[in-house]
Each structure stands twice: as C-alpha cells, then as structure tokens.
Design a protein around this ligand. Sequence first.
Ligand SMILES: Nc1nc2c(ncn2[C@@H]2O[C@H](COP(=O)(O)OP(=O)(O)OP(=O)(O)O)[C@@H](O)[C@H]2O)c(=O)[nH]1
Ligand SMILES: [Mg+2]
Length: 237
Amino acid sequence: MSKKEVPVVVLLGPTGSGKSTFVKNVTREHVEIGAAGSAKPCTKECKTYTLSVGGDKCTIIDTPGFGDSPPDNIRALTEIARTLQSIRPHELTGAVYFHRITDGRLTGTLRMILEIFKKICGDGFFPRVAFVTTMWDIVGPVALSRYNNVNLELQERHFKLAEGVPNIFKCSNNEASCLAVLKYFTGPGRKPPLKQLLLLQELRPGVVSGGAVKKTSAGKEILRKAGGGGGGGCVIL
Ligand SMILES: Nc1nc2c(ncn2[C@@H]2O[C@H](COP(=O)(O)OP(=O)(O)OP(=O)(O)O)[C@@H](O)[C@H]2O)c(=O)[nH]1
Ligand SMILES: [Mg+2]
C-alpha cells in the first residue's frame, strides 16, 4: 500500500455489540445507535467514515450486525459483501470484531456469530483482526475482576486467531479507548493482510446477490442454523 492510500478497517459483530457507538466515539458524528437494552438490529446499511488517527488517515466501515435470524444474517452479509467489493483489495487493512463484555462467555448465537466472522475473514486475514470488548464503563468495581477473567478467557479460547498478535482491546465508550484500536491498523508499522478476505475471494467481481453470498463459507455457516426474528429500533444520538 502506498503512503497516500488510506487503510480501511471493517467493523463486524453481533447486533447491539457497540459498532456504531464506536464510530460515534471516534468520529463525533451523528450516528444511528440502537436503543439501550434492545435486541433489535439498528444499522441496516454499511456506512463509511474517514477520520484522522494520530495524524494518519483511516477509513472505517460500520456494518449491520448479526443475530439469530438466518434471513436477516444473509441480508447483512450481502450488504457487507457489496460494500467491501467496492474497496480496492489491498486497502482493506483490517477487521474488528465486537463483543459486549457484559454478555460474558460466548454461547449459542454469540458463538455462531464468531464462526460467521471467521468464515468472512479466512485464515490468511486473521493476523489483521482485532477484537474489542465493549461496555467496560458500566462494569463496577465489584464485577471488574470477574469480567477481567472472562476477557482473558475469551482471548485465550476464542480470539487468539493468530499467534503473537496483541489483538484484544477494552473499550469504555470514550474516544481514547476506541482510537487505540484504530492505531493498531495505522501508522508506519502497519502491515497489509497476507490475503484478501475469504468472503471476497469467494465472490466473483460484479453485482453481489443474496444467492451468491449463500454459497460462500460465511453464507453456509449462517444457513447451518435455523431461527427467526428481525425488526428495527434506532435512535439518533
Ligand atoms: N455504556 C455503554 N453502552 C454501550 C457501549 N457500546 C454500545 N452501547 C450501547 O448499546 C446499544 C447498542 O449499541 P450500537 O452501537 O447501536 O450497537 P451496534 O453494534 O451498532 O448494533 P447494530 O447496528 O444493531 O448491529 C446502544 O444503546 C449503545 O448506547 C459501551 O461501550 N458502553
Ligand atoms: Mg450499528
């Protein structure tokens, strides 16, 4: 990547995990945020923001979250695939996966969503993946050591996709903790991914249809599960 090209980082994860809140914290723009405590998906379309991270430009992409409804998940994956296809492959520098620390360990749907994420990325992209646990600002002193243990366990058991990567960040709903994540992807030490995202390798260039997305590894992962749900619920903050 030349110096002039701006690294692009895609934000992915379960609905309500704090992707849009992260965007709001680093851009200070008006961003649609889900209602507190609501399980309904909020962000429906990908949105791109370019900002300065310690003097370096960085582009981030907010995406629709995943939940327990396969049709909604296929729709989200199709939207993500369409957006990512429009980026030059070598500019897509990293992916961030979000998890609410207050949700604790990865069980059920949360476990499945991590598997979808891994299939979106593929092994060749794992060294450029970072994990963010959110909601640390509401963890009180009594629960802190319990959640620190959960964080460590997540890192050891689920988030260690590549060796030697300091890839887990705690975010406390403020600018500094969120910018620290993006610094991982910017600056002179930044490295391009070894390979393009698996999702993009598996799709032919051109118009991305839901049918094509269902045949990708991530699409197949979504279709392995049955479920229902959906809806909306945004407020502007
Ligand atoms: N206190 C606190 N609240 C947070 C944090 N991150 C997210 N929230 C709240 O959690 C709710 C959902 O956050 P969003 O940022 O909309 O989540 P999202 O991942 O963008 O969700 P989708 O767009 O549905 O995929 C909102 O009410 C946020 O205010 C955090 O770190 N701390
Ligand atoms: Mg959102």
